[in-house]
Design a protein around this ligand. Structure first.
Ligand code: OGA
Ligand code: MN
Length: 296
């Protein structure tokens, strides 16, 4: 099987043809996919039709899988497989959630630029998101997902700025990111279950040996600095890193499967018709160590 790549930009985002991801892939194909991830950070496959077990099995070939914050909660869930994250606005009975539904409001945190699970001591590597149902266009957006290239954003900084950032450590906290959109109603016990985690601000991406800014809506402040100074630095860096030249906007078609590398990208969801179903399924691979153990 030969992968055909159609890069969107020389080093960021490529479409990939020539492979059916619902069937087991051989090692040659898998390493070609890893090579493409290392170079382009974001891979777009069209016209795939995977059920949740197939998405889990494909993703598991790239690393151990995360069980996300929402799937870890007790109680009924819409999807059966805990390693499949429910990136939808649907409830356990497959109905569109009410505007004031707590889980909907929690998931709106995805509309802020972020990298997934950066509040965990050992964060995640790949996100694999598969589109099952896509809403019609709306005045505020069509539910696109945008990706920002954090290696290009790092490269574009002046050298003295790079040197001043290289050894900084940032505290990441999911309660801070949700607080930014006024969401504070966490289920009992979750604050204790997900304490803040320290992460390097600049990471060396192992597959490309390029440096990347590791930013996220969860990023709260700089460890050892006054909180206000750290927040202001993070505002400046987020503004820099999400300029149009670093951003790709993905317009979803049913059957798309997008893989991104959380170590060197940020992403965010865009608004959509809130009374219409939007159903995507996500598998996520775990890293093996803290970013603090990784040299920048
Ligand atoms: C995610 C995410 C954004 C979207 O799945 O991790 O942030 O567009 N999704 O649904
Ligand atoms: Mn996300």
């Amino acid at each position: 099987m030969t992968l055909e790549l159609r890069p969107v930009r020389p080093d960021f985002v490529t479409e990939v043809d020539g492979v059916d991801l619902s069937r087991p892939i051989d090692n040659t194909t898998k390493s070609a996919i890893w090579d493409a991830i290392d170079r382009y950070s974001v891979l777009v496959f069209h016209d795939q039709r995977l059920n949740d077990a197939q998405l889990r099995d494909f993703a598991a070939g790239f690393g151990p899988l995360e069980i996300g914050r929402s799937a870890a909660r007790p109680g009924r869930r819409r999807l059966e497989i805990p390693q499949i994250g429910d990136i939808s606005n649907l409830n356990e009975d497959h109905q569109v959630r009410d505007l004031h539904d707590r889980r909907r409001l929690d998931s709106l945190g995805n509309r802020l630029w972020h990298t997934d699970a950066s509040y965990m001591p050992v964060p995640v590597v790949l996100g694999l998101l598969h589109a099952v149902t896509i809403p019609p266009p709306s005045p505020f957006g069509n539910g696109e997902t945008e990706f920002a290239d954090m290696r290009a954003a790092y490269d574009a900084l002046p050298d003295p700025t790079k040197a001043a950032l290289d050894d900084l450590v940032i505290e990441h906290d999911v309660f801070w990111s949700r607080g930014q959109i006024g969401f504070t109603e966490f289920p009992p016990g979750e604050r204790e279950q997900y304490p803040p985690s320290p992460q390097r601000l600049v990471r060396l991406h192992p597959g490309s040996k390029r440096k990347a800014l590791y930013l996220s809506a969860h990023a709260s402040h700089v460890v050892g600095w006054p909180v206000a100074d750290g927040r202001l630095l993070l505002v400046d860096l987020n503004t820099h890193a999400t300029q149009p030249q670093f951003v790709y906007s993905h317009t979803w078609r049913v059957g798309d499967l997008v893989i991104w590398d959380n170590r060197c990208t940020m992403h965010r969801g865009r608004p959509h018709a809130e009374d219409q179903a939007r159903d995507l399924r996500r598998a996520t691979t775990l890293d093996t160590g803290s970013t603090l153990e990784q040299a920048a």
